[in-house]
Design a protein around this ligand. Structure first.
Ligand code: ADP
Ligand code: MG
Length: 677
């Protein structure tokens, strides 16, 4: 039944099935797991005077007058009527919705669902949903929808599907369900779609979230155990002292501790699995180099995977410098010409190259290592667990070092990266000055440019960062990097050496531009957020961010990390004309602190966990119901339950654990295929 195609539902023909397909829904089972993203509560109507501004609610009232039609212009007709709840009245406006207006009659009792706006003492609702009072009183699901497939259509189909189902296979062992007082699967699925009260939703969510997190934790823990069970490239010596003697600077205490922890890991007879988490500029590259140094001196090869070509190239150059001439570093990316690539691959296979740096080109089958002993990935969230595993498979259980600049609270990191040990670089290299940050309106843009010119005249470099302009977006207020580049080259920065960098350029062009900027040939780089990850130019001391309100806090923090990396005092100017309270607070946070962890916390508070984690890839499987920030408690109990289950049945072979084993396979198989990039 669950495997039956959704075509078997009434009203689902070829066309609608194709729309469902687009959302990854092919079967009845898939549809039942398409959970609502929110609810409309029609069950508790409030008086008009009690409606809160900005919060959708349900109003019950009587229609005072039939809708009046106003033709505003061609193709735009308004319908207006008033509703009273006996105490106050409300004006309702509908746009072009003749269909809805035709059903509204004088003196009829109706329910309205929408947002009330108060203008002085006048209350108004625009384009609410309308139902006769006799039908609508319940909590209704709001589904993620797609063009041509509305939440209401999905609701109808889900209701049909649920009618046909009398039981659902249970994933959770009965004992566990009892212990945690979790409802059965069918009840949970019914109530998450069609709750009768908010307690229903809470109970259903608790059960479904727990189940999802349990499967996730089981998968991560098994990964960790599998790593632990086998031995990697065992290192007996420690060459860190030789490495540090060759460095142009002294390592910070945090860097030394991280390297020591890694070397100790590698000296054990299990492969290392360690996450080094450090804010932008904390010196993660020098840590990676130090760890690789000891390993390479012991006769093994290291590989580093970076998310972009620019970053891979820069890492290769930096690592070569840090490691000295005794170590051969090679660069392998998609844009390396075929002939050179073959040569490189031969050298890697022969063990003549000690350290290979590249993009995901490294995972390609044709890349074979002689003695791969260490895999390093930069910027964890861009790679999937699966990709990491595929690179590791090129060695005999090599050590794994993951570097991440994504500031997430430590407790969360420990759970999220359940398969990794964690080192935190909580100390910046000495002499770093905080980047002075100002938030200004666009009326100050001229002055900002003048300020930038002064720095360029003194031999420094800078960035102008523009948001990505999506196709079809209002171009009048948003200027794309390309437009800004043209404008500045011709006007404010005529005679200066400008560069342009954006995601649509060919990799080779990007490389060239970035290299020219790093070499100081370009003074001012106009770019989109492609510079966000890791590019290091210490002489760059000034950054102007256009339409700063278009960026999230965490992203602004990453961007700002591109300046303030050298001895010079650096400045970041955030330009925004947005008057939103939220934006103002966000930009204020940026001006007040440079601490990535604090910024992440503020981001969490301001935007809510949904947004913070919503678009972020952690290299973890996509979760359907759980919210990693909101559901911390359930995450903890899922983790405890997962440990207990594995302690008793490490291979998940007991009959009561079989369904869980299958669910783990399913979840992680998806990750393996797509790598979640
Ligand atoms: P991130 O952690 O953001 O990847 P990087 O590894 O790019 O940081 O290092 C940032 C800058 O700091 C580089 O220019 C690097 O040479 C420098 N650096 C790293 N460690 C130290 C140190 N201990 N003392 C001085 N400068 C350092
Ligand atoms: Mg870096």
């Amino acid at each position: 039944m669950l495997n039956e195609s959704i075509r078997s539902l009434k009203g689902v023909g070829e066309k609608r099935a194709a729309l469902y397909e687009k959302m990854g829904i092919a079967t009845i089972g898939d549809l039942l797991e398409h959970y609502p993203r929110a609810y409309e509560d029609w069950s508790a109507a409030v008086p008009i005077s009690a409606a809160r501004p900005g919060v959708p609610c349900c109003i019950r009232g009587w229609v005072v007058n039939a809708p009046t039609e106003y033709r505003v212009r061609k193709g735009m007709t308004l319908y207006r009527f008033r509703v009273t709840d006996g105490e106050s009245s409300l004006q309702v406006t509908l746009f072009n919705n003749r269909f809805a207006a035709a059903k509204v009659r004088r003196d009829m009792e109706i329910l309205l669902y929408g947002t009330v706006v108060f203008d002085g003492r006048r209350a108004e609702m625009t384009s609410p949903l309308i139902e006769p009072a006799s039908t609508g009183q319940r909590i209704r699901p709001i589904y993620p929808q797609t063009e041509g497939l509305t939440s209401r259509m999905i609701e109808t189909n889900v209701a049909q599907a649920l009618e046909r189902i009398s039981a659902l296979p249970e994933l959770l062992p009965a004992a566990l369900r009892e212990q945690l007082d979790l409802c059965d699967r069918l009840t949970a699925v019914r109530n998450v779609h069609f709750p009768t009260c908010s307690a229903d939703i809470a109970e259903a969510r608790r059960r479904l979230v727990f189940e999802e997190l349990l499967v996730l934790q089981l998968g991560l823990l098994r990964l960790k155990r599998r790593n632990r069970a086998q031995s990697g490239a065992v290192i007996t010596a420690d060459h860190t002292a030789t490495y540090t003697a060759g460095l142009p600077f002294t390592l910070t205490g945090a860097q030394s501790r991280a390297i020591a922890a890694c070397v100790a890991d590698m000296q054990g007879n299990r492969p290392m699995s360690r996450l080094v988490q450090g804010d932008v500029g904390s010196g993660k590259t020098a840590v990676a180099a130090g760890v690789a140094y000891t390993l390479i001196k012991e006769g093994w090869q290291a590989a580093m995977m970076a998310p972009t070509e620019i970053l891979a190239e820069q890492h290769a150059a930096t690592l070569q410098k840090l490691l000295g001439n005794g170590v051969r570093v090679g660069l392998l990316t998609g844009s390396v010409p075929a002939a050179r690539r073959r040569e490189l691959q031969a050298d890697i296979a022969a063990g003549k190259i000690h350290f290979v740096v590249g993009t995901h080109a490294l995972i390609s089958e044709s890349v074979v290592f002689a003695r791969l002993g260490l895999v390093i990935t930069d910027e964890q969230h861009r790679f999937g667990v699966g990709q990491r595993a595929r690179l590791s498979a090129k060695g005999n259980n090599p050590h794994l070092l993951v570097m991440s600049a994504t500031p997430i609270p430590r407790t969360l990191a420990l759970i999220l990266y359940g398969d990794l040990d964690v080192s935190v670089l909580d100390e910046l290299p000495p002499g770093r000055q905080p980047v002075e940050t100002y938030a200004v309106g666009s009326d100050k843009r001229e002055r900002a440019y003048g300020y930038v010119r002064r720095h360029l005249d003194e031999g420094r470099q800078g960035f102008i960062v523009c948001p990505l302009v999506e196709e079809g977006e209002e171009p009048s207020t948003l200027r794309s990097a390309t437009e800004v580049f043209r404008d500045l080259s011709a006007n404010h920065f005529k005679g200066y050496r400008l560069g342009l960098l954006h995601g649509k350029m060919k990799p080779a062009e990007k490389e060239q531009t970035m290299a020219a900027f790093a070499a100081g040939e370009i003074q001012l780089l106009v770019s989109t957020t492609v510079i966000e990850v890791g590019v290091d130019v210490p002489n760059a001391v000034i950054m102007v961010v256009e339409n700063a309100d278009r960026f999230g806090l965490a992203q602004l923090h990453q961007l700002r990390g591109r300046v303030g990396r050298g001895r010079h005092r650096s400045t970041c100017i955030l330009i925004s004309d947005s008057r939103g309270e939220d934006t103002r607070r966000r930009l204020q946070v940026m001006c007040a602190t440079g601490d990535g962890f604090r910024i992440a916390d503020e981001d969490l508070k301001l935007r809510g966990p949904g947004d913070f984690f919503g678009n972020r890839q952690h290299g973890l499987p996509q979760l359907k119901v759980a919210d990693l920030a909101e559901d911390m408690d359930l995450l903890r109990s899922a983790q405890a339950a997962a440990s207990a289950i594995l302690a008793a049945d490490s291979e998940l072979e007991a009959p009561e654990n079989k369904p869980l084993a299958a669910a783990v396979e399913r979840l992680f198989a998806r990750v393996g295929e797509q790598g979640l990039n």
